[in-house]
Ligand binder design. Sequence first.
Ligand code: ATP
Ligand code: MG
Length: 528
Amino acid sequence: MSEGAAKKEERHKFQAIRGTRDLLPPETALWNHVEQTANEVFATFGFGAIRVPIFEPTELFARSIGLDTDVVSKEMYTFEDYEATELVELRTAAVTNVASLATGEALRDFLDRVGNFILAAEKAFEAGGIPKTPENERTLQMARELIADLQTFRYQGEREILPRVAELKDAVRQVRFGDVISLRPEATASVCRAYIEHGMRQLPQPVKLYYIGPMFRRERPQKGRYRQFYQIGAEVLGGSDAPAIDAEVIEMVMTFFDRLELHGVQLDINSIGCRECRPKYVELLRAELLKVKDKLGPDSQRRIRTNPLRVLDSKLESEQGTIATLPRITDHLCEACATHYSAVKRQLEMRGVFFRENWRLVRGLDYYMRTTFEITAQGLGSQNAVCGGGRYDGLVELLGGPPTKGIGFAIGEDRLVLSLQESGKAPAQPGRDVYIAWMGERAHATAIRAAKDLRKAGFSVELPPVEQKFGKALGQADKLGAKHALILGDNEVSEGLWTLKTLADGAQLKLPEPALIEHLRKSKAVSS
Ligand code: ATP
Ligand code: MG
């Protein structure tokens, strides 16, 4: 590389990774407002904040969300977490730079290197330095056998040995050095894990928790769909599965959206039954789907086998007519589920929460049962779901805990903010209350003291770090959207009378220092 090219490379501009983005002022003021409102509203319902890790063992998500979901099968950011040890070097030495195995000696040399690695890996396996999983045990065993096999091989040329060498290299690459972990695609599984891990069932039940934070899914980025996005979610764990709990959780989200003045909010609810009635319905649905298979596209055809409920989720125009004729789960709920569902609806009515029943609402994650709901809002195009939730009574048990009732929701904060912006919710102006235009050494000292006092009184203050001519300072104050300029020159300081200029109308006022804060308070009260 030439020196010029190298320099250019160095100056290469970095950009945020596809599907991620920077949130900047003034927009972040709206994000803060949304989160602040969530904190306030959720607290009035008795929810406490929980913060869970950004990454967890992949297995936690696989087991809870389900293997046949898009999230787990193709959207997770997964990696192996290990310390770079001698093993890593040994593996690199074993599998790279094998230019040719054209002689028996080259093969022996290769086998030596692989043998060294396997020996070290076996030791680490015994000592717990690499995961003691059945997969690792099997892989090591297989590598051992392949080495033995190749060692007794009478060398007759590359062609016969290459397939076995390739197999051996594969085995070597498959040895896991550390745990497989994933960036969280959602947080419900983590909250349930935390509930179990911290013995929260000893607390008064139910335990009510909420979280705010980033989630990661490798989806195709588009408006309202990102690879790093933010969720605000809540979970109610333990206690009973009383319909009033379902209704109160939904009421809480609706109260939150109401407080934010979110436009065009539409709540859809459904019941997807339980372990008793759902399997029977799924079989019925599958049988009916098989009858109309030819009218469905390839995705839905595949789902008839893997996950028939998901067919109901289809947005394909050509399938809508066919789907409308399918049996509806609400007609096939067991008695307990039917009773629960109608009680939830009655409870929502008692709370003045408007809803629409949507028999096709099945939700994408495996762990849901009985109540499911989704909330859409205005101005979001086809990504219009701002909240999804439902009951998941079996989840804690599935993760190794005691049988525990559970219900929760997750709000897409990005979409929520987008919808608020589309409906003209301007973020709070970050403009300053006071810009201090000072000139001279003595004035600087006074300006520093004034800034401290004003900030302590809660005003937003801009104190320029270097002296400016008054004209320039006032221009700067204007650009920053300051409401007032406090003018401090030598005269003002020695007289003890400060000049306060209101930038909107140019009005000027002379004030003694002690009267300043009171005056600003009054003018703030008038303007807000
Ligand atoms: P969708 O059908 O829109 O993909 P989902 O069913 O995958 O949503 P959930 O897993 O239920 O969504 O997550 C709850 C909420 O999180 C969604 O309603 C949505 O507002 C938001 N959300 C999900 N995935 C993304 C994403 N990639 N980018 C932005 N927001 C998202
Ligand atoms: Mg999705």
